[in-house]
Design a protein around this ligand. Structure first.
Ligand SMILES: *Cc1c(COP(=O)(O)O)cnc(C)c1O
Length: 414
């Protein structure tokens, strides 16, 4: 059957063998999916979600009961005192930016303890010059690198004892780096370590790609504020845009007043018809994240069988939905991404090429034949064009579509 799709017999045989071997991992993913689905269902029921919450506002968006209730549901699911879930956030980068500008003041220090933050934050922080960066407001940035995928506890302790750190940023997912993603156990340990030294410092988590991958979310292990994109995990492939910020009530208030205006905060923000999609997306999210994880596990095992270096290995614990494949060859990276595009439902006949994407310092190739522009909870694959030529693949609205996309991409490199 797959031969009509351009998949050769040998690859189909390998697929069968691999699917047998990954069966027990799929069982674990399904168990986790049930737990997260229950969490979402209970949050809907507790907040008495009804058709009226699908309604819409325009203009200032005063009295949008759907929006306000969505924020209660997200708070419940993420175990937050309060949250902001808004289409006015363009993306995860924007939500991170608004959060950083909301929490930091001139002369404050932002400290990243997971090394250099995600590429699109370079100009936000001022690592790369930009006249509107945090740096341009006199906000300092320091970073402590991970050491062999672990936090550098002695450096963190030393730095905190010198004082004057306002916000600590922890990015769980690896971004475009070669490190591993941060597990919930690692996170829990480092947060209690930090709080033992300094209770005042605000711990902010970039939670992109990590929601619903395991049973707990970062606020449950002591983080103060978390940020993520709705065109990733929690949007379930249905939210048309937006992002969320969740955590301590007084911090969410600061972020709201920076997103809208001081004095207006959470009270304004028209929803323009997206409430139903946000609710339905969150409802689907546990299952969509499970499909993405299965797609990643399948790709990991297939490519390992074919001799490539993969991270994580198919049976390793996962902290996010990202699968990396190290090609050590520019052409193979490009071909793989192009194959993912060829296996997509949208724009399958266009051929992605490396380009100078805004916010990134190297050329990047991005494959995403997605219903929502740039959505990476839909099967997508990208990679900066720099050695060792790593593909970062993630998403898959269903496992079956994810698998077909991966097979197409593998056939394209063969
Ligand atoms: C995707 C991502 C971002 C940025 O989110 P966008 O929605 O693409 O702007 C930030 N941090 C991490 C770790 C990400 O994976």
């Amino acid at each position: 059957m797959l031969q009509e799709f351009g998949i050769k017999k040998e690859l189909e045989d390998l697929e069968k063998k691999v699917e047998n071997e990954i069966e027990p991992i799929f069982k674990q993913i399904e168990e986790n999916c049930t737990k997260n689905s229950l969490k979402v269902l209970q949050a809907f029921q507790k907040n008495e979600i009804a058709e009226m919450h699908f309604g819409s506002t325009t203009g200032y968006g005063y009295g949008d009961i759907g929006r306000d209730t969505i924020e209660k549901v997200f708070s419940e699911v993420l175990k937050a005192e309060d949250s902001l879930v808004r289409g006015q956030f363009i993306s995860g980068t924007h939500a991170l930016t608004v959060t950083l500008f909301a929490l930091l003041r001139p002369n404050d220090t932002l400290l990243s303890i997971t090394g250099k933050p995600y590429d699109t934050l370079d100009e936000v922080i001022g690592i790369r010059e930009n006249a509107s960066s945090l740096k341009s407001y006199g906000i300092h940035f320091e970073q402590i690198d991970l050491v062999e995928n672990e936090f550098d506890y002695s450096k963190i302790e030393q730095r905190l004892k010198q004082g004057k750190v306002k916000v600590i940023e922890i990015q769980r997912s690896k971004g475009y780096s070669v490190r591993k993603s941060i597990t919930m156990e690692q996170l829990q340990k480092v947060i209690s370590f930090i709080k033992n030294i300094n209770k005042e410092v605000i711990i902010m988590i970039d939670n992109c790609y990590c929601e619903f991958v395991t049973e707990k979310e970062p606020l449950e292990v002591g983080a103060d504020i978390i940020v993520g994109s709705l065109i990733k995990n929690l949007g379930g492939g249905l939210a048309p845009n937006g992002a969320y910020v969740a955590g301590k009530k007084e911090l969410i208030q600061l972020v709201a007043e920076r997103l809208t205006a001081p004095g207006e905060g959470k009270e304004v923000g028209p929803t323009l018809g997206i409430n139903k999609y946000i609710l339905q997306g969150l409802f689907m999210a546990p299952s969509v994240v499970a499909s993405s994880l299965k797609t990643a596990v399948f790709a990991s095992k297939m490519l390992e069988e074919l001799g490539y270096k993969v991270e994580p290995k198919f049976d390793a614990p996962r902290a996010d939905i990202v699968q990396t494949i190290c090609f050590e060859d520019k052409e193979k990276l490009i071909k793989y991404c192009q194959g993912i595009q060829m296996g997509s439902p949208i724009d399958s006949n266009s051929i992605p090429m490396p380009w100078d994407m805004p916010g990134y310092s190297d050329q990047v190739i991005m494959a995403a034949g997605a219903f929502t522009q740039g959505s990476s909870i839909e099967l997508s694959c990208d990679g900066p064009i720099r050695p060792p030529y790593i593909a970062f693949m993630q998403g898959g609205l269903t496992y079956e579509y994810g698998k077909l996309g991966v097979l197409k991409a593998i056939q394209n490199i063969i």
